[in-house]
Design a protein around this ligand. Sequence first.
Ligand SMILES: *Cc1c(COP(=O)(O)O)cnc(C)c1O
Length: 466
Amino acid sequence: MATDSPDLGVDLSRTLPLVVEAIERWQESYGGVESVPVSVVDAEAWRETLDQFLARLTDEQYPFFHPRYAGQMLKPPHPVAVVGYLAAMLINPNNHALDGGPSTAAMEKECVERLAAMFGMNQHLGHLTSSGTIANLEALWVGREENPGSVVAVSRDAHYTHARMGNVLGVEVVDVDVDDAGRMAVGDLAQVLETHNVGTVVVTLGTTGLGAIDPLDDIIPVARAAGARVHVDGAYGGFFALVADDSNDGVASRHFSAIARADSVVVDPHKHGLQPYGCGAVLFTDPGVGTHYAHESPYTYFSSDELHLGEISLECSRAGAAAAAFWLTTEVFPLTSDGLGHVLRPGLRATRRMHSLLQASSDVRSLQEPELDIVGYLTRARTASGIDRDSVQIFDELALRPPEEQWHLATYNIRVDDLARRGIDLKPDQAHARILRSVLMKPEHDAVVDDLVKVLEEASRRTVNS
Ligand SMILES: *Cc1c(COP(=O)(O)O)cnc(C)c1O
C-alpha cells in the first residue's frame, strides 16, 4: 500500500512517546528536580515559535524520503536509528570518556567490532567519528606519523576532502590518474610511487561521484612493494562489503575482500548504514597505531582503567547518541548479507535496471556501467555546451514541477576528455560539462526506475540543444 512515507514497521508517533516515558521514569527514580525559572519557556510563545520553526523547516526542503528524490546521497535515517538516537540524546552521553557515557561507549565498541567483522579484520583498533572527513583525516594523520616526511597518493576522482586534509596535516597530496571508468589507474600509481616518497595510498571503494571501485586487490602489492601504507576510503561504499558476493544483485567480491589486508578503512554509517548525520568510523588493522594518540587529560579518564574511546580518537566530545542509534540499528539489521545487506540490494537492482533501460534508449545515454548504486547519464546533444545546457534544463524542469510530479536529480561536472575516453565524442567547445546523476540508495527506488527513465526521455525530447 502506498503511504505518504514508506511504512517501515516502526511507527514513530507511537514509539517516541514510549521512549520519552521510559527515560522520564529513569529520571524520576532519582527523585524530583525543582525547575529553575531561567530555563522555563512560556507555553503560548513556545507553540507559536514551534509552528514557525516547523513551517520554515519544510518550506524550502527537498523530499529526501521520497523515491522521486533521485539526486544526491541523501535519505532520512531509518526510524529504528531515530528511536535509538533520540532515546540516548535525552540523556546526552559523551563518548569521549567512560565517565561521559559508559553504556553508549560499550555500544560503540560493539558497533566497531561489528564493522571489523564486516570487513573480515581479525584484529583492529577503531571508533566512530563525527564524519567520514574526520575519519579520513585520522587515517592520514596516522599515516604521516608512521611514515614521516612522505606524501599521500589519491586518485583524481577521490573525495575532495583528502586534498584539504593533506593541507591541514602539512602533507603533500599527489593525484593519480583514473582509467576509463573512473578507477585509480594502477600503472599511473606505479609511476607516482617511483617518483615520490609515498607514505599512504588512498584507495576509494566507491567514489562519491560515480561509485567507481579502485582496484584495491591490485594496488596493495604495488603500494607495499614501495613501502607505502594503504588506506581504504569506504565512506560511501564500505557497506557494500555485505553484498560483495558476485551475485546478480550484489557486487564483485575481489576488492572488498582485500579490505582486511589494508592498513585502515573508513566507512560512514550516516551514508549507507541508515544513520542520521554525524556517524563515521575509522578502523586500523594494527592496534599498535594507538601509541600515536597518547595524550594527557587532567579532567577525564578517572572513572575506570578500561580503555576510554577518547584515548584512541582525534576528536574529544562525540555524541553517544550516534553510537546508540547505530547499535540499535545493527541489532535490527545485523551487518550481514541477510541483514543490512538485504536493504542494499534493491538499490543495486534499480541502478542496473536504469543502466540497461538507458542503453536501449535513443534519447538519454548512460555514462558507464555502474559498479554500485550511482548512475550517470546525459542527453544525445553533440557538443559539450549542449550536454551541459540540457542537463541543467532537465534538472530544473523536473524539480520545479508541483510536488506530486517533482523529480530531483543531481548534476556531475565531468571533463569532456573523460567523456571521450568512454566513447562519448562531443564537439569540445568547452573543457567540462555537467551531466546528470542519480544515487539510487533507497530500496524504494527499485519501483520507480522505469518511470524515471520515461520522464527523462520525455524531458530530453523537449530540450533544444540536441
Ligand atoms: C562522503 C564521503 C567522504 C566525506 O565524508 P563526510 O561524512 O561527508 O565528511 C569522504 N570520502 C568519500 C568516498 C565519501 O563518499
